[in-house]
Design a protein around this ligand. Structure first.
Ligand code: GLN
Length: 208
């Protein structure tokens, strides 16, 4: 959608939809703002009870080892696994992708992931914070069309193995940085930082 196009609220892709953003640590506000701009009602999820009655969920970027630790402290680990495995449309960005994965190649000491998306991930694959970059990235839509996303890479992970049933939908510098599997979308990068709504609109389109 172009930035100048103003749709009436009822016509926005998120109208009437409730989307949770896991709000333990990381880039929560940027996702909430983007989802609200698409017309969705946003719930900042800090407890298991708040996972009920969501139409979709976003796991934001941040520090995956911290988010992991907090999900366990807040009693969210098992409820998240059950809710996402149960089919809730879910988008994981960056640390959120690491959280979704089955295998972290280089975990922090004691770090666990949710194991709901059959991929292996390598952390910080494009370097440190100072190597952050804004990138125009080809993205394969569910209808098989290639569009270009304006996005940011910030200490981004890569997918080093995509399991059966996991579709690869984006590459950067020859590495896998976007995947889709059923109700789950996992991306290494941050469209919520640059304001490109392509992936968030795709998440909303998964809601039945
Ligand atoms: N490298 C971070 C991690 O391992 C992720 C960075 C991000 O989410 N922007 O959690």
């Amino acid at each position: 959608m172009s930035e100048t196009e103003v749709l009436p609220p009822a016509a926005l892709p998120g109208a009437g939809k409730t989307v949770g953003v896991l709000a333990l640590q990381g880039g929560v506000a940027e996702h909430a703002r983007m989802l609200e701009s698409l017309g969705a009602h946003v719930v900042l999820v800090k407890s298991a009870e708040q996972l009920a009655n969501l139409d979709a969920l976003v796991l934001p970027g941040g520090e995956s080892s911290t988010i992991d630790r907090l999900t366990r402290i807040f009693g969210l680990r098992q409820p998240l696994i059950e809710t996402i495995s149960g089919g809730l449309p879910t988008l994981g960005t960056c640390a959120g992708l690491i959280m979704l994965s089955t295998v972290i190649d280089d975990p922090a000491p004691g770090q666990q992931s949710l194991g709901v998306l059959d991929v292996s991930v390598g952390r910080n694959a494009f370097g440190s914070q100072v190597d952050s970059a804004q990138v125009h990235l080809p993205w394969l839509t569910p209808s098989g069309e290639e569009v270009v996303i304006d996005t940011a890479f910030i200490r981004a992970p890569i997918v080093t193995r995509a399991g059966e049933g996991v579709q690869v939908v984006a590459h950067h510098e020859g590495k896998i940085v976007g995947v889709r599997a059923g109700n789950i979308i996992g991306i290494s990068f941050h469209p919520e930082v640059t304001g490109d709504t392509t992936v968030h609109e795709e998440l909303l389109s998964l809601i039945r």
